[in-house]
Design a protein around this ligand. Sequence first.
Ligand SMILES: *Cc1c(COP(=O)(O)O)cnc(C)c1O
Length: 243
Amino acid sequence: MTENEIKENLAKVLSDLADAAKASGRKPEDVRLCAVSKFHPLEEILAAVGAGQLLFGENRVQEAYSKFTELPGRVAAGQISGGQPELHIIGTLQLNKVKKAVEIASCIQSVDREEVLAEIEKRASALGKSIKVLFEMHTGEESKAGYADESVLYASLENCVKGAYPHVIPSGLMTMAPFTEDETLIRKSFITLRQLRDKISKDFSSLPMTELSMGMSGDYRIAVEEGSTMVRIGTAIFGPRVI
Ligand SMILES: *Cc1c(COP(=O)(O)O)cnc(C)c1O
């Protein structure tokens, strides 16, 4: 994609999101856009930063690390104004990738088991850094990622409340809807996530578990209608993945 195409795509996605928010009685600023730049080169990320987009998502740590350690210098050298870009890791994490993930990201959206949480704590503590996490939930038949069992998630949250992970800020839930044309199934997945978030907010009121990261290029409208606070959009901004 050219710089102009990325700019136009971003503007279109943002205006769609604002429309969807208003249509469901929500405020446009209550839905954040995470631009998913995986498989796209640094130049395209810079184009998005130039157009004012500062939050990015990547699913592979190695690829993210090489781009996002270089990005701040390139933003400064290009004298692109508007603030520092921020990275969220959105892909399933192997334990040996957690260290680098914690170094470069402000949030890890794909915590799917207690072991990952413990490793994030260990690495964040060593860096003297606090890091947000979202818990990924398995809400659709076809997606295999994420906590499948609510009681297992509850055990992790109980450990957070007990103070087992002082450098981890449990901030909400993330899910991927099933890959299907069936809007009813997609909506069902998003409703499941919202209801769980509402239940957790009551059961763990001391934790800031407010975020609902749901909605991608093909289903973000439905996600916003169902209460998404963050959509993760790649293809609709950057086009088909290229690297
Ligand atoms: C790739 C990816 C996205 C973005 O998908 P698009 O369909 O390109 O918008 C969102 N979330 C996760 C977890 C991803 O891996």
